[in-house]
Design a protein around this ligand. Structure first.
Ligand code: F0G
Length: 400
């Protein structure tokens, strides 16, 4: 069943619906799974390893082997911050972000429903992922992007996989509003995270974290928050595994936003469950440049129900955490993803995070998604002749 998270009104699984008809709130798929966790052990390392928890028809699966992403312990940062830090590297998904998990399940649902056209509004990654999965499934694909505010790699992917790319004079929130209207008029099947099937795929990040840690919960999961789908999805996954009896504890869900785009943090600071929109969101982390997240009610519940936290970070803190992760641990992520590491550092400094906590930071997208920001953050390459003497003299010098 599909269920309203606010008034609990229920809808059939095959109804194409994005908001509750009774109260207008967001929806989620409710399911009741009763299997032993042993069945997951011998299966291939993709999100479909947990197929019993994916409420779609198995014979229609559209997959690029998403999920099963690296789970890396960060020894240097752990030592510096006096915590036990792991990062879940979502940039290793087929199109380079966690969106592929949601898109695999969402497009599978679209196959089941027999739709022709799929679409989304996006700050970039959703469009890249949708374009690829729509190509694989054979759907016409329309994506709406905020003009001039989408990182180069993402734009290249959406265009190259054959999506019809519409560059909207407006921000993400405005683009989402118009594409939702198109979907309500049944011109296309909407694959933003307001579609509850998207989040069913993304909850597998939570599954994998628990499985990787030997069926134990970390103390805390930290991740960047934009449209607020992913934190909601991971919490749903954690709750499902907990209810299935696979582990004994649950983590504190910790959502990080950019200072210039922080409607969830604004609500958290007032202890409210209603987000406080930001009219003109702005941040270098364009992926999370969002002022009115559609899944705010779910995200704030996840934070409060898990005894979690929410905090902002500045663009400078994001860029320096991005560089630190790349240069100390060898993990290249896009700016929005580094908000999780920047948030971790800030919360350690504030004393909000205890010494020795076991922490998982979800790093959501690959460094190459936004090559321009990476290049701008570095000194220019040294231009030299192919001359052995000159090369020797450079090697003798100490690097800066
Ligand atoms: N990190 C990256 C790299 C993202 O692309 C996004 C969202 C987020 C974090 C935030 O996740 O929205 O579930 O809270 N990107 C969307 C897009 C909005 O259109 O690609 P969220």
């Amino acid at each position: 069943m599909i269920e309203c998270v606010y008034c609990n009104e229920r809808y059939d699984n095959d109804e194409i619906i994005y908001n509750c008809k009774k109260c207008g709130s967001v929806l989620e798929v409710s399911l009741d799974v009763n299997v032993s966790k042993d069945i997951f052990e011998s299966r291939k390392d993709t999100l479909w390893k947990y197929k019993e928890f994916m409420p779609v028809d198995e014979s229609k699966i559209v997959s690029l082997d998403e999920g099963g992403t690296p789970f890396c312990k960060c020894e240097k940062l752990s030592k510096e911050l006096d915590v036990e830090l792991y990062v879940k590297v979502e940039g290793s998904n087929p199109t380079g972000s966690f969106k592929d998990r949601g898109m695999s399940v969402g497009i599978t649902k679209a196959m089941e429903l027999g739709v022709d056209i799929v679409g989304c509004a996006s700050t970039g990654n959703t469009s890249a992922s949708l374009a690829a999965y729509a190509a694989r499934a054979g759907f016409r694909c329309i994506v709406l992007l905020p003009s001039g505010k989408v990182a180069l790699g993402k734009l290249a992917q959406a265009m190259f996989h054959g999506a019809e790319v519409l560059s909207v004079n407006g921000n993400f929130d405005e683009a989402l509003e118009v594409v939702t209207q198109l979907a309500l008029e049944k011109h296309l099947y909407l694959l933003n995270s307001i579609n509850p099937y998207r989040l069913e795929g993304q909850k597998s990040i939570g599954f994998e974290i628990i499985h990787e840690l030997g069926w134990e919960s970390p103390d805390r999961i930290i991740l960047p928050v934009g449209n607020a789908g992913n934190i909601s999805a991971i919490w749903k996954g954690i709750t499902e595994f907990y209810n299935a009896g696979y582990m004994k504890d649950k983590p504190m869900m910790t959502g990080i936003q950019a200072e210039g785009a922080c409607p969830i943090v604004n609500a958290f600071r007032k202890n409210s469950r209603d987000m406080i929109p930001v009219e003109n969101p702005e941040t270098i982390a364009t992926a999370i440049r969002i002022g009115a997240p559609v899944s705010s009610i779910k995200a704030l519940s996840a934070i409060y129900d898990s005894n979690g936290y929410s905090e902002t970070v500045t663009d400078d803190e994001i860029l320096s955490a991005q560089k630190e992760l790349a240069q100390k641990e060898g993990i290249g992520v896009e700016p929005a993803s580094a908000a999780s590491i920047a948030g971790l550092k800030k919360l350690v400094n504030q004393g909000e995070i205890d010494k020795g906590e076991k922490i998982v930071c979800v790093v959501t997208g690959h460094l190459l998604k936004d090559p321009q920001t990476a290049i701008d953050a570095c000194a220019k390459p040294t231009q030299i002749d192919a001359d052995i003497e000159k090369l020797r003299s450079i090697l003798m010098k100490k690097p800066n």
